[in-house]
Write a protein that binds this ligand. Structure first.
Ligand SMILES: [Zn+2]
Length: 494
């Protein structure tokens, strides 16, 4: 298919040319496990609607897409900026045919994409490659060479030295053979990144400091997810696909991002350990006793990507749990666990691997507990406590089991005193023992719930433990963080 694109503020107009027949608009973008109903952005189309995202069209048809996404997972069109994640704008008819796009832009605009240039069009040999190559354009676009293999495409400023350090360290494992583009954009409202084979799109708040970890995470995906991927993760653009292994694809990637950032000198050891502790913190909640990393991977579409106020009771983040398991494995294995990627490269089927292959690869490195991924995630925390001396510093101390945001209840821990007293997320604590003092000891609490005043008694109970401290020394510290390091994570649960 061929697409002629004319962007304008908030909209993208497309003239599509192909064969008469059915075209399909994807319902989600690969790499982001949420049915986004991307076709909701269609505002005009020449064709007969068959279903929510399928149309019968003539050989040539025109359509108009609303393009006002907040992040780089969809499409953004303004009078001086264009970003297209192709599945958000372009339909497919036959996946295995050539797709090209031509952009009608003023001559002052610059374009960045990893699509192959053919004359005045950008092309890919099939829809998978086409969908995996975002397009960014602006008169203000800067193409900053990190080195001869990596480019940053951005309208903002970025610390190139940090990216250079991170990429240099990550490439020791990745050993890339193709060029790579970082599409980078600042936003005071949004945050996120999404990986592609030869690029990534990163949106980050202006004040965000830990750019190194974010860049490293998205970059490491070119190996873990794009080159090597769970055998059952086959995208079809219309329905959810399930895998047990997102904890490896995302969590291990998160761990390597931290390790690479520390090793490259982009962040201090202490910062790296704090990130590990923050991941371990999320395993201290009831959800981690109920759910394994494998299950939380499978439910990504309905739990992690649609988190509600009860998430920490009902599930566990496969990012945090996977990071914790990777950290534990790296500390216990005889050799650095990045070596498992060598084995996967040699023995996977064209990049597709299973848990069994992964387990074998890790056993060869001297780590025999990968099955923790199929047990309640809390067991990973217990193993780290036992084997690496993790301290749970607030265990047994007085607590209510609440997270507050100002005076508003944000989270109620299952089985806690707050739970027993009947507090709900969104309750507002108006007074404690008739005063504006903070919660302490036995408390007569005045609540505001949906505009109604309510009185309840809150007695502190024993904290199951949420705040963590860890000191790494000796061989383990050397292997993981290149030296001794000590850190603490103070929980916001009171
Ligand atoms: Zn990721």
């Amino acid at each position: 298919m061929f697409f002629q694109v004319t962007p304008r503020s908030r909209y993208i107009e497309v003239i599509a040319k192909g064969r008469e027949g059915v075209v399909v608009f994807p319902t989600y973008v690969p790499g982001s496990y949420l049915i986004r109903e991307l076709e909701r952005n269609l505002v005009e189309i020449e064709g007969v609607r068959i279903s929510k995202n399928k149309f019968y069209v003539k050989g040539t048809f025109r359509y108009l897409v609303y393009a006002s996404s907040k992040d780089q997972r969809e499409a953004i069109s303004t009078d001086d900026y264009l970003f297209i994640n192709p599945p958000a704008v372009f339909p497919f008819s036959e996946v295995n045919e050539k797709y090209c796009v031509k952009l009608s832009l003023p001559s002052s605009w610059k374009v960045a994409t990893t699509l192959r240039q053919e004359g005045d069009a950008f092309c890919a040999d099939n829809y998978h490659d086409f969908a995996d190559s975002p397009i960014e354009a602006s008169p203000n676009l800067k193409l900053i060479e990190v080195d001869d293999m990596h480019v940053i495409s951005t309208i903002d400023d970025v610390d190139v030295e940090i990216v250079r350090k991170v990429v240099g360290e990550a490439d020791k494992v990745i050993q890339p053979s193709r060029k790579y583009v970082f599409h980078f954009r600042r936003s005071d409202k949004n945050f996120g990144g999404i990986e592609h084979r030869d690029s990534s799109a990163i949106v980050v708040p202006w004040n965000r400091e830990e750019l190194a970890i974010l860049f490293a995470h998205e970059y490491f995906h070119r190996l873990n997810v794009k080159e090597l991927y769970p055998a059952d993760l086959r995208h079809n653009y219309e329905r959810e696909v399930y895998t047990d292994l997102l904890w490896f694809s995302e969590g291990f990637t998160d761990y390597f991002a931290v390790k690479v950032a520390v090793r490259s000198g982009a962040i201090e050891r202490k910062k790296g350990l704090e990130r590990v502790l923050s991941a371990l913190h999320s395993l201290t909640f009831p959800g981690a006793k109920r759910v394994s990393l494998a299950e939380s991977s499978r439910t990504a579409w309905i739990k992690y990507y649609r988190q509600d106020e009860n998430f920490l009771n009902s599930s566990v983040s496969y990012y945090d749990g996977g990071l914790a398991l990777a950290f534990y494995a790296d500390a216990k294995a005889q050799r650095g666990i990045e070596e498992c990627f060598k084995t996967l490269r040699e023995r996977s089927r064209g990049g597709a691997f299973t848990f069994d292959l992964l387990d074998k690869a890790m056993r060869e490195l001297g780590f025999e507990e990968l099955e923790l991924a199929y047990k309640p995630a809390r067991e990973i925390l217990e193993a780290i406590r036992e084997e690496l001396g993790l301290e749970v510093v607030d265990e047994g101390k007085e607590y209510y089991g609440l997270v507050l945001e100002g005076n508003r209840v944000k989270f109620v821990e299952d089985g806690s005193p707050a739970d027993r007293a009947g507090l709900l997320p969104d309750d507002q604590i108006v007074a404690v023992n008739g005063t504006s003092a903070p919660l302490r000891g036995e408390a007569e609490v005045l609540l505001l719930r949906e505009g109604r005043v309510k009185r309840t008694k809150l007695s502190p109970g024993r904290n199951p433990g949420h705040s963590l401290r860890l000191k790494l020394t000796g061989k383990v510290a050397e292997k993981v963080f290149m030296g001794e390091v000590e850190g603490e994570y103070k929980s916001n649960v009171i």
